[in-house]
Design a protein around this ligand. Sequence first.
Ligand code: AGP
Length: 594
Amino acid sequence: MCGIVGYIGKNQAQPILISCLARLEYRGYDSSGIAVAGDRIKVFKDSIRVNELAKVLPEIEATAGIGHTRWATHGEPSRINAHPHCDCTGDIAVVHNGVINNFQQLREQLIAEGHQLVSETDTEVLPHLIEKHYQGNLETAVEAALLEVKGSYAIVVLKKDEGKLVVARKDSPLIIGVGDRENFVASDVPAILDYTNRVIYLDDGDTAVITEDAIKVRHGGAEVTKQEQQVSWSVEDAQKGGYEHFMIKEIHEQPKVIRDTLGEYIALAEPIVDFKALSGEPLEDILFIACGTSYHAALVGKYLIEELVSIPARVELASEFNSYHLPLRGTGIVAITQSGETADTLNAMKRLKGAGKKVIVINNVVSSSASRLADQTINTMAGPEISVAATKSFTAQLMALYWLALSYSKVDISQLDNLVTALRQLPRKVQEILDNEAVIVECAKYLSKYENVFFIGRGLNFPVALEGALKLKEVAYIHAEGYSAGELKHGSFALLSADTPVIAIATPDRTYEAMLTSIKEVKARKSPVIALVEEDDVNIGELADMVITVPRIDAIFSPVVNSVALQLLAYYTAKHRGCPIDTPRNLAKSVTVE
Ligand code: AGP
């Protein structure tokens, strides 16, 4: 959570910091602030969004500065708690993403030594520790300060008259953007794409000293050489491109995402994963670990593995994984994470790695922390996903899971051929849904009047019900529960009434008859029903109050088309309700705290 940026170079820092910060708002947006270095450090910050900060900033001549957009962990969103934070002299300013676990102890120690700390944040101890250790060299002071710190951090430090930025990372992402007589620092690549696509990825334990024309990376006190990389994401990828919100742009990108992700896998000469070569043991079962939307993708993955590969698969929430037994020999372990920075997922991966297990990650961000921790990465080709609500990355994860299951599939060759043919048709099928969204817009208008909604599905579409409910909660602020259709009668029927619509996912598969029964039971309790059915369905039209149709597709791929329809439903419902769709309250794109 939180986005941090830094700039030093030939241009004025202030407008660059603001434009980089605006691209990082998906990481947190309850406060923002910048500090620039002139004859003294000048700090401007408040509990306001970046565009509002830009309006109230005076013009300041300075060619070096740092910036922050906050997702509050320690202390409410307020001016005093917003970053940057300064030392007693006001000469050192720090922006931080992460959590300092021992901040209370450090704070008490610093106060006893005469430092005045004014905020409730954990971050504020950092500038004071750096001040304490400063003896004429900023990088040495930063390294000494960080030796006292327990926790996670990506930081950028600015000091009056030094002509440099000092940065450091441990368990929080940080990249350096390389320019021509100017250099950039950011939590994530989209922040700097307007200025450069040349990037240096920092590793845990790295510090770097950055000036206008030099970048010196250090590790363990010694200088290390880092390779510069060219990122393939373009500026357009990180812009709205004429759409009103990133969420709808990203929903519309899905035909391309499916094509790109599948294209990547189809072109591979090797199998997508060779579990046996990796662990030295024959594959007996699979363990998936993930959070949120990625967890829902994993639930679809479990179904695919059991159906197509005929081995057991289990799915664990990464945040719960510490309470569970470690897997045995022969278990293929697959973590799924869009950002590759989710703390819960990283912690679960570290626990597994610590026990000597091999871990594969399905990940959308090249060189993310998860990717560097994993023994093998399956990249998804969704491109940068800016809206907090995951949409295209979910579809790309499903593509990875289909390919994984198909590459180990025990079905006969002609069935396999049919499945691959159907898989290749998915971009066209998804496009059909996007081209015919009018009915979904009507359903959304209807749904937007309600405060409680159930999503029901069975089998492969039970995770789709969970994902549909998560999307609606997240962007439209409607209480929604995803339920297995068969489970609803075991208690939750008590909540059904004319005021509680039920979205029933009833595309044809082996659970179709049971879904028909569930819909009848729901109607008997007077709940309005919006049914998601395949085109030409003849049974459900007369039962349901409203019907959304999706194109015909082999049942095993129905989660893709059904999810896209439910993403549109959530988007347009949120739009009718006037919600801030890309930046829902209390949330942030990557959850880098436990
Ligand atoms: C869903 O829309 C969310 N943004 C959220 O549930 C997300 O999927 C979760 O935080 C996991 O993120 P990751 O895939 O980046 O690990």
